[in-house]
Design a binder for this molecule. Structure first.
Ligand SMILES: CC(C)C(=O)/C=C/C(C(=O)O)=C(/O)C(=O)O
Ligand SMILES: [Fe+2]
Length: 288
């Protein structure tokens, strides 16, 4: 079983790097970690970076997960290869761009581009957001899945993810104590469905709700509170239609052997305790 220890960064293509940088800094509240030719890396915590926008196709998304050692990476590569996945090893130049020691890249069963990485750099410099969004760090991703049952099986039997709860057939899966690090939502294509950053408190959710409204950033769901993770949340639309989420108060699961995944309805009462309804296609027939 491939032991994932954390989600580390997302890489997202864009045709307009300048606008993506403006959004990531002045709206989302990230800090520029590094500018290279055709790409900008952003910090959200004490890691080297957790988001990269690069000049490219906005549908090109990559998500990385940390493995504990080179030996585990080699074993993972052999496991994935034996399952028929096309495993590519990162070149030294690609490792340098990502500030990781080594990595492999493959596609999950839907086609989501995944990188398993070893020894990602810490920045050594505290994160200071360009605006005070209260961000404490990058925390989880939602993926589109063309077959959520098949993909849940991949993440929970090939890898060490465990289902914390399901909303309809959509699994919210943990790889540590945090309620979920990976969520899968039914879709007809591969791609990141949303990128979540944790924020300090309700205060930050409410302040951002007003700021996003004043800046005409489309708020697509919330402020609300998830019955699944107990987190208060705010979803909004970023460049090229990417959904971003702030949340605070996500629960942790420490009694692993005793935890039983729960079943919630794939309708607003299963999404929000406060009665909010999403305008997000993956969460409804919304207009997003
Ligand atoms: C609106 C969706 C279906 C939902 O409720 C998802 C729950 C999620 C998520 O996947 O973003 C959380 O973040 C959560 O429960 O904290
Ligand atoms: Fe989320």
């Amino acid at each position: 079983m491939i032991e994932l220890s954390d989600v580390v960064y997302c890489r997202v293509g864009t045709q307009d790097l300048e606008s993506a940088e403006a959004f990531a800094t002045t709206i989302l509240g990230l800090e520029v970690a590094e500018r290279t030719k055709g790409a900008i890396h952003f910090k959200s915590d004490n890691r080297d970076h957790t988001l990269c926008y690069f000049e490219g196709n906005p549908e090109d998304h990559v998500t990385s997960f940390e493995l504990k050692s080179s030996a585990e990476l080699q074993t993972a590569a052999a496991t994935l290869d034996a399952l028929g996945h096309n495993v590519q090893y990162g070149t030294p130049a690609e490792c340098e761009i990502r500030h990781v020691r080594e990595f492999i890249r493959f596609n999950d069963p839907t086609g989501n581009v995944i990188e398993f990485i070893v020894r990602p750099s810490m920045s050594g410099v505290e994160y200071h957001g360009t605006r005070d969004a209260g961000i404490t760090g990058f925390s989880h991703v939602g993926f589109y899945s063309t077959d959520v049952e098949r993909d849940e099986k991949f993440w929970t039997t090939v890898c060490n993810a465990r289902v914390s709860d399901r909303i309809g057939d959509a699994p919210l899966m943990r790889i540590g104590a945090i309620h979920h690090t990976i969520a899968l939502f039914p879709g007809n294509k591969a791609g990141i469905q949303h990128i979540n950053h944790q924020v300090e408190s309700t205060h930050d959710i409410q302040r951002s709700s007003n700021l996003l409204r004043d800046k005409q950033v489309p708020i697509t769901f919330g402020p609300g509170r998830h019955p699944t993770s107990s987190a208060q949340f705010l979803y909004f639309r970023g460049p090229d239609g990417m959904t971003y989420e702030y949340s605070t108060g996500v629960c942790e699961i420490h009694d692993e052997p005793l935890w039983r995944d729960r079943q919630f309805a794939f309708e607003p009462k299963g999404f929000c305790l406060w009665g909010a309804s999403p305008k997000i296609a993956a969460f409804s027939e919304g207009d997003d």
